[in-house]
Design a protein around this ligand. Structure first.
Ligand code: PNW
Length: 460
């Protein structure tokens, strides 16, 4: 198995881009330094019961104070690129107004450190840390937030555009909208389906407004958005299961990709929403803005799902009056997140995207796994499970390329263990182990394997 995977991985071209990824709130800490304002995650972490262990991002990996050493660590892995996000409340503490020079200064120095070591900076403008003031004014369900986002994007863009060529507007708008405003499992923890659907549209609008302004200022930039996606398959061939799968894919994948790449929302999704009494708040001209051409589609992949439209009582409509959509385990091994390990779902997703949405190159902007690592002993963290996960999924990417999917790069999630949102510090996704008592970083076996794999594929 490992040998077959290694063969596939060896077939990746020398031009394939390799990286590691993080996000601001998950690693930086220093949440009050240099005039940073409060974000919805600072607030959410303080609501009792929302985050495991009562954890928060106040200190995290203390990356804000350890950045040069962390860049050295990144460089030691031999990657081409580092994907990080900018914390909006460091740039605009209240979500509007002029840029905070001290906050911008941190990312300015980070970019310089990366470039000095030959690592290409990939900037993500929004990885979930909305300024709390904007949430108080309505958050993403409010249209104004899209315009605020575009203003913020231009502040960062103007500060870094002379050195940064690859820009991602949003990370995983599905999580922002659905987990944040419908399921309440992420900040700001609201639970209203209509609000979540309004958030979807305003996130996309914010992306389009920012993308249009960045492109107008600098036509040559590499511009993209990152979506989390998986393959949904019906649990059985029944009509109910096939319909539930269509709906899951509609709200998980097509409600984003159709407006972004075809300038329209999918008709079946619009009809499903109408049946639930909800409407996308589209104004004239919005789809033209959202459909601003992008150069790269960022794909985050962790798992795939088997979907059923029937609940455990045999019903197709639940107590809430909505059609049933349940996930039926496939009986695969799982990670520490309880997410099933389904590498072939990754291949299927990439091949399907390249067929349904041709012409847009893809980069894997996140892929990785949490496992219950043993603590670092004598400088060694033996994480064979993570290495096996990465190997299987890189091979899945290579297999998708052989079937015509235009995938140009891969970023492992994550550079180091960090604040895993509502799971706190208990879930470790890092290639590098972090001791949160001492902040000592120890590359795990998977990190060394990743470094050697990159070297081998490059042939250097
Ligand atoms: C992504 N889901 O989140 C995020 O981009 C990262 O910040 C995060 O650390 C990583 O994946 C691991 O969780 C997701 O429920 C959160 O399907 C939830 C889901 C998917 C991705």
């Amino acid at each position: 198995e490992a040998a077959a995977e290694a063969d596939l991985i060896s077939g990746l071209p020398a031009s394939f881009r390799w990286g590691v990824a993080t996000s601001a709130y998950q690693i930086e800490g220093a949440t009050t330094a240099d005039g940073r304002g409060q974000s919805i995650w600072d607030t959410y972490c303080r609501v009792p019961g929302m985050v495991d262990g009562g954890d928060n991002g106040d200190v995290a990996c203390d990356h804000y104070h350890r950045m040069p050493a962390d860049v050295e660590l990144i460089s030691s892995l031999g990657v081409d690129a580092y994907r990080f996000s900018v914390a909006w409340p460091r740039i605009q503490p209240d979500g509007r107004g002029p840029g905070n020079a001290a906050g911008l200064g941190f990312y300015d120095r980070l970019v310089d450190e990366l470039l000095a070591r030959g690592v290409d900076p990939w900037v993500t403008l929004y990885h979930w840390d909305l300024p709390q003031r904007l949430e108080d004014a309505g958050g993403w369900p409010a249209r104004d937030t899209a315009y605020r986002f575009a203003d913020y994007a231009m502040l960062v863009f103007d500060a870094l555009r002379d050195r940064v060529s690859t820009w991602t507007t949003l990370n995983e708008p599905w999580c922002s909208a659905m987990l944040g405003y419908y399921e309440g499992r992420q900040a700001p923890g609201r639970q209203d389906f209509g609000d979540a659907i309004h958030a979807v549209h305003h996130l996309l609008l914010g992306h389009g407004l920012a993308a249009g302004r960045m492109r107008a200022a600098e036509p040559s930039i590499q511009l993209g958005i990152t979506l989390n996606m998986g393959t949904s398959t019906p649990a059985t061939d029944s009509e109910a299961d096939r319909e539930a799968t269509r709906r899951a894919d509609g709200l998980g994948v097509r409600i984003y990709l159709d407006p972004l790449l075809r300038k329209r929302y999918p008709e079946d999704v619009v009809a499903d929403l109408a049946a639930r009494g909800v409407r996308l708040p589209v104004l004239d001209g919005d789809l033209e803005i959202i459909g601003e051409p992008i150069d790269v589609l960022g794909v985050n992949y962790y798992s795939s799902h088997q979907v059923s439209g029937v609940d455990d009582q045999g019903r197709t409509v639940g107590d809430d009056g909505n059609p049933v959509e349940t996930i039926v385990p496939m009986g695969r091994p799982v990670t520490a997140m309880d997410w099933e390990i389904v590498p072939e779902g990754f291949t299927e997703l990439l091949v399907r995207l390249s067929r349904d949405y041709p012409g847009t190159p893809m980069v894997i902007t996140e892929n990785g796994a949490a496992f219950d690592d043993t603590a670092a002993t004598d400088g060694v963290v033996a994480d064979a499970d993570r290495q096996a996960y990465l190997s299987a999924h890189l091979a899945a990417v290579a297999a998708a390329r052989q079937r015509g999917a235009d995938v140009r790069g891969y970023f492992a999630w994550s550079l180091m263990d960090n604040f895993e949102w509502s799971y706190g510090y208990a879930k470790r996704f890092g290639l590098v182990h972090v001791d949160y008592e001492t902040q000592v970083r120890t590359p795990k076996q998977s990190a060394l394997w990743y470094r050697d794999t990159i070297r081998r594929v490059r042939g250097s």
